[in-house]
Design a protein around this ligand. Sequence first.
Ligand code: HEM
Length: 421
Amino acid sequence: MSTTVNVFDPRIYAQGIPHETYRLLRDHHPVRWQEEHEVGDWPAGPGFWAVTRHADVVRVLRSPSEFSSWLGATQIRDPDPADLSFIRRMMLNLDPPDHGRLRRIVSGVFTPRRVERFAAGIATRARLLIDEIAERGECDLPVDVTDDYPIHNLADLLGIPLTDRGQILEWTNRVIGYQDPDHATVERGPDGRPVNPRSPAMLKDMFEYAHALAARKRREPADDLMTALATAEVDGQRLTDPELSMFFFLLVIAGNDTVRSALPGGLVALLGHPGQHRRLLDDPELLDTAVEEMLRWHPPVLSFRRTAVRDVVLAEQPIAAGEKVVVFHGAANFDERRFPDPMRFDIARRPNDHVSFGDGPHVCLGARFARLQLRTFYRELLWRLPDMRLAGPPERLVSNFIGGVKHLPLRYTPAPRLGAA
Ligand code: HEM
């Protein structure tokens, strides 16, 4: 295979999942060295091992003693060494046993029952947003609908006042969209080099906000997750103020752009398969498995990074201690070794062991909340606008981390309002 095979360049993902390259890698080089070349203003990095088979991805994610989230954190780009201790305060970037302590406290309050309490509000929001576009006969789904939906759902969950929500969106664009020229305003340090958007300097205002919000929740408790987190005690342990602020940051980033990507991305998959679209309209019982297939087909998260703790061998490839190892969710989700006929989009697929929510100790903590939002949204959208079709190609985010969709033109026949004659 050519030495120029590239699954790193963020610009590749603006064309969608690079299926051919992933398949070549899975078949011939399941653990393959990748150059980490310069991209725009961002300098080159040391390179990493790309992991593309389902079984190997799962092994990496389930083996923190071999593949650490803490050593070099979890993004492909190396953090500035000066920022590392700060970034490591986030649960996402911890290994057991430290990770387990935080995860237990948070799972103790982020329970299925608490999530269910938000179901009615989520359904009302979906209905209102779709009402606004239904009569028009056309829309740009992300801009008109789905960019707003998850941020408000998340803000309700966390108890963020309405007036502060625009600011939250700006923060997530800054952190997630920094590789995309439409989202990024690259800040530069004194040396003229871009400042990593996750550095403490870039996030100062967000942490001040989290601090103030937590203090307010302690003073004026409400029925939301920030109040529960600020006051929770598990096994006699509480989150400290810095832990709470860090967790706020993690939720705002992890819980917004992922769902924001999943909604239009899943719809592109469904509408691209008219037979399956029809099948779902005829059999609404298939919605749950359809959502899983949409998540397999369009993984909202494209990659996560680990660092080898010691010399290890993965799929016969020796990896040296300290080297970066990156798993590619979109490659694992289409692995022929795991999924029969993976290029078939099948809304009734069972089993469907996609890794879109990850695996192992860091498996997505918000998966239930995410699935609730996705199911509710599609239930409102698909049957309200049953002849919905693509009116142009999707425009995707330039990112090797989030499979975002920036524009998605849709056309449909305005449906009669419920209750109209
Ligand atoms: C479709 C939507 C979503 C997708 C695809 C997704 C994906 C993921 C993935 C792949 C991980 C694992 C990270 C790793 O391996 O290091 C993760 C972790 C996490 N997710 Fe999600 N996520 C979604 C929605 C959400 C939502 C809505 C929330 C919260 C409201 C959330 C909160 C978290 C948290 C807190 C973690 C870190 C867990 C830990 O470190 O133990 N996610 N997510």
